[in-house]
Design a protein around this ligand. Structure first.
Ligand SMILES: [Zn+2]
Length: 256
């Protein structure tokens, strides 16, 4: 807050009852009480998650990262092993996509606001041996530079993620924390809010597995070299006010 705004607030404060003053507190700094799935949503979400998993098994893990919502619908219509998305599953998908995530306590920016956004394969490169895609241009060049500077022991662990993939990851996370949407959104951006939709990517140490997505990654030489060489521009710092976990493995590319 600059000095003029500060003075303005102080002036208002002197004329305001304390309850109104409390309402002026910037919303992103308020502590949120956790929001959980209702039992109806939970049952529906478990069917939706299972169906998305079956879509993934049809299109393959790599393609699943970037397929659009409409393409997932098409697959569900054409493959009896997937089965059509039920009305309530689609309604829940839409609800989770369009809801303002600050209701859960997530205050990051919405970067993909079109549920049917197509993530164009021809604008991306599939990175060999990873199953992930990067946008041609800045993102891919940045990754190549990281590999040239650090070596083959650093690898892409997640690249472009479309709306369907982010929904799949988010639902999986919500179930792992007992239906707690707030807690889930603390460690994984809800669909539409992930910078993986517009260019950012994750890297890890080859052979380090799931520990690449924990603070253990900070103990690796690969991370230290990333830091020393200035590759890590942290998107969400420790104790950030947005309700998002600090992720030292996340490489910021997009210029937002
Ligand atoms: Zn990331």
């Amino acid at each position: 807050m600059n000095r003029r705004d500060f003075l303005h607030v102080m002036l208002l404060a002197s004329a305001m009852p304390s309850t109104l003053l409390a309402m002026r507190t910037p919303v992103k700094y308020t502590k949120h009480s956790d929001i959980y799935f209702s039992s109806i949503d939970r049952e529906c979400a478990s069917r939706l998650l299972a169906r998305l998993r079956r879509v993934q098994s049809i299109v393959g893990h790599g393609n699943f990262n970037i397929i659009s919502f409409d393409y997932a619908l098409k697959i569900s219509k054409h493959y009896s092993s997937v089965g059509r998305f039920q009305k309530d599953e689609l309604a829940l998908f839409e609800k989770l996509f369009f809801i303002d995530a600050s209701e859960y306590g997530f205050y990051g920016e919405k970067v993909v606001d079109n549920i049917t956004q197509v993530f164009k394969k021809k604008e991306m490169l599939k990175v060999p041996h990873t199953g992930h895609f990067l946008y041609e241009g800045d993102a891919h060049a940045h990754y190549e530079l990281i590999r040239r500077s650090i070596g083959d022991s650093i690898i892409l662990t997640s690249g472009v993620r479309g709306v369907v993939k982010q929904m799949y990851l988010f639902l999986g996370k919500v179930f792992r924390v007992d239906g707690n949407l707030s807690l889930a959104s603390n460690s994984l951006a809800p669909p539409g809010y992930s910078y993986h939709g517009i260019g950012d990517f994750d890297v890890g140490k080859v052979g380090f597995g799931a520990r690449n997505f924990t603070t253990d990654f900070e103990t690796t030489d690969e991370y230290k070299r990333l830091m020393d060489l200035g590759f890590v521009q942290i998107r969400y710092h420790k104790n950030n006010p947005y309700g998002v976990r600090y992720e030292p493995w996340h490489i910021k590319v997009s210029h937002l």
